[in-house]
Design a protein around this ligand. Structure first.
Ligand code: NAP
Length: 246
């Protein structure tokens, strides 16, 4: 097993990419903290992991709330005694052309998608430093690398997350903490469920692999970065997009 006895906090783990990652990581031997706003969905994942013989618990978390971020870390330490991996996956989008984007839409996306990971990293960093090792993986987006019409707020947050990843890879490397990011392309999850079929078809057509990504595609990339196999990978941004933008 590739994550045997590693303790992993996954934010936004009740749905989509986070859910698939929680299930895969548990299968690979990790003890998983399913941290999400969605209590019902989160508890269902915990139950599924338990039935398969894994170890997990749910912790209610709004990543934009600094106190709740600290609370999740406290609970993880109480229950499992250490934290090896933090996956900053929770995220939202609220799209509008720039002339129509409201201040609320801007603030909400920046607060959840950019400040949220910062809150969780700050909450976990002392425990990882004390432990002498740790992996932090930020779920960015190809939109953070290349931009996208109607997503000024989301692109700014996801590009900011890449800047944060590279900065912290430098700052925390000497403490034994690796910091990396993945940049998914279009992935079939509830987040993209509302995208018109015409756009999704266009995306498939533009992708050399001629399909949308599945949550599993990202979960396996996260598994690699979280595992000891990636022990010399630090500050990387791994695109997982079927070659959409080459
Ligand atoms: P998803 O299916 O919508 O799942 C996101 C999860 O995060 C949901 O369970 C959601 O709960 C939770 N969440 C939302 N706001 C939260 C908050 N403030 N605190 C804690 N949890 C919160 O989305 P996904 O497609 O799996 O996306 C996961 C990550 O991948 C996001 O960061 C997204 O930006 C990124 N990404 C996705 C794609 C894609 O094509 N799907 C592409 C590139 C990057 P509720 O359901 O209760 O809101």
């Amino acid at each position: 097993m590739r994550l045997e006895n590693k303790v992993v906090i996954i934010t936004g783990a009740a749905s989509g990419i986070g859910k698939q990652t929680a299930l895969l990581f548990a299968q690979e031997g990790a003890k998983v903290v399913v941290a999400d706003l969605n209590e019902k969905g989160g508890n269902e994942i915990v139950e599924e992991i338990g039935k398969a013989g894994g170890d997990a618990f749910f912790s209610k978390l709004d990543v934009s709330n600094r106190e709740q971020s600290k609370q999740v870390v406290r609970e993880a330490l109480e229950r499992f005694g250490k934290i090896d991996v933090l996956i900053n996956n929770a995220g939202i989008n609220q799209d509008a052309l720039v002339s129509k984007m409201t201040e609320e839409q801007w603030d909400k996306v920046i607060t959840i998608d950019l400040k949220g990971p910062f809150n969780c990293i700050q909450a976990v960093v002392d425990a990882m430093t004390e432990h002498g090792t740790g992996e932090i993986i930020n779920v960015s987006s190809i939109v953070g690398l290349y931009g996208n019409i109607g997503q000024t707020n989301y692109a700014a947050a996801k590009a900011g997350l890449i800047g944060m990843t590279k900065t912290l890879a430098k700052e925390l490397g000497k403490k034994g903490i690796r910091v990396n990011a993945v940049a998914p392309g279009f992935i079939a999850t509830p987040m993209t469920a509302g995208v018109p079929e015409k756009i999704l078809e266009m995306m498939k057509e533009k992708t050399p692999l001629k399909r949308l990504g599945q949550p599993d595609d990202i979960a396996y990339a996260l598994l690699y970065l979280a595992s000891d196999e990636a022990n010399f990978v630090n500050g990387a941004v791994l695109s997982v997009d079927g070659g959409l933008l080459i």
